[in-house]
Design a protein around this ligand. Structure first.
Ligand code: NAD
Length: 252
C-alpha cells in the first residue's frame, strides 16, 4: 500500500537537493505535491517530471518563502490546486555567509529570513487553513545538526537553525490541539548543491569521512525516508522532536 495515498504535501525549495528527494519519494507513496521554488524553473520542472513519473500530481508554485505576501499566494494556490493540503515540509534554506567579523545586517537577515522567518509564516498560513477546515496535519522542518552543534564561520546559519528548533518545539505544543504535529529533521552531511562545494574539496571530504561512523556521505533518499515516516499516519504520536540523520556524526 502507498503510505501517502490521498495526501497532499507542500515542499518548499523543492527544485533541488533534499526538497526534490522528498517530493519524489512522497509522490512514489501516492501524495500530490505542491512544488515550491524560487529559481531556476528547470529544477522545479525536473521535480514535476519525477512526481508525474511516480503516478502522482504536481503543481509548481514560484514563491519567495521569506516574503509573507508570497507565502499567502503559495498557500492559496496550493489549496486552489488540490482542494486541501495536509503536509508541509519547510525545506527551503540557504547556507553561505561572510565571516562573523565581516557580516553586515543584510547578510544576517538573508539567512534568518529564509531559514527561520519562512518556516514561521509558512506554518502559520498552513495552520490557519487547517484550523478553519478542522483538519489535522503534519509539519516537518528540514533543520540541521547545527541547530545544536557549533559550526565556526556559519554563525547566522547556526542561529537560524537553533531558532528553528525552538520554533518547532513551541509549535508542537501550540498546534497539538488542532491535531497538527511538528517535528524537525536534522541532517548532517548530505550530498546536495548546498554541500557540494565542501564535498568536492577532497581533503575536506576525506577528513569528514573519518568523522562519520557510517563512513559515507548521506543521500537525499536517506532524508526522504525519515521525512516519509514523520509525514505518515504512523507518526501520529510523534511531535516536538528533532530527528538526527547524520551517519553518527553527532554521536561523538
Ligand atoms: P539546496 O540548495 O539544493 O536546496 C535549498 C533549496 O531552497 C533550493 O532549491 C533553493 O532554491 C531553495 N530556496 C532558497 N531560498 C528560497 C526562498 N526564499 N524561497 C523558496 N525557495 C528557496 O540544498 P539542500 O541541502 O537540499 O538544502 C535543503 C535544506 O536542508 C536546507 O534547509 C538546509 O539548511 C538543510 N540541510 C542541508 C544539509 C546538507 O548537507 N545538504 C545539511 C543540513 C541541513
Amino acid at each position: 500500500m502507498r503510505r501517502l495515498q490521498g495526501h497532499t504535501a507542500i515542499v518548499t525549495g523543492a527544485g533541488s537537493g533534499i526538497g526534490q528527494g522528498i517530493a519524489k519519494r512522497f509522490a512514489a507513496e501516492g501524495a500530490n505535491i505542491v512544488i515550491n521554488y524560487i529559481a531556476p524553473l528547470e529544477g522545479a520542472q525536473s521535480t514535476l517530471h519525477m512526481v508525474e513519473a511516480a503516478g502522482s500530481q504536481g503543481l509548481i508554485v514560484k514563491a519567495d518563502v521569506s516574503k509573507p505576501n508570497e507565502i499567502e499566494r503559495l498557500i492559496n494556490q496550493a489549496w486552489a490546486g488540490f482542494g486541501s493540503v495536509n503536509i508541509l515540509i519547510n525545506n527551503a534554506g540557504i547556507g553561505f555567509e561572510p565571516a562573523f567579523l565581516e557580516a553586515k545586517e543584510e547578510d544576517f537577515y538573508r539567512v534568518i529570513d529564509v531559514n527561520l522567518k519562512a518556516p514561521f509564516f509558512v506554518t502559520q498560513a498552513f495552520a490557519r487553513k487547517l484550523s478553519a477546515e478542522k483538519k489535522p496535519g503534519r509539519v516537518v522542518n528540514i533543520s540541521s545538526i547545527h541547530e545544536d552543534i557549533v559550526l565556526p564561520g556559519h554563525t547566522s546559519y547556526c542561529a537560524s537553525k537553533g531558532g528553528l528548533r525552538m520554533l518547532m518545539r513551541n509549535l508542537a505544543v501550540e498546534l497539538a490541539a488542532l491535531g497538527i504535529t511538528v517535528n524537525n529533521i536534522a541532517p548532517g552531511a548530505i550530498d546536495t548543491p548546498m554541500s557540494r562545494p565542501l564535498l568536492e574539496n577532497k581533503p575536506r571530504r576525506d577528513t569528514l569521512l573519518t568523522q562519520l561512523p557510517l563512513n559515507r556521505i548521506g543521500t537525499t533518499e536517506d532524508v526522504a525516508a525519515l521525512a516519509l515516516f514523520l509525514a505518515s499516519d504512523e507518526a501520529s504520536y510523534v511531535t516536538g522532536a528533532t530527528y538526527y540523520i547524520d551517519g553518527g556524526l553527532s554521536a561523538y
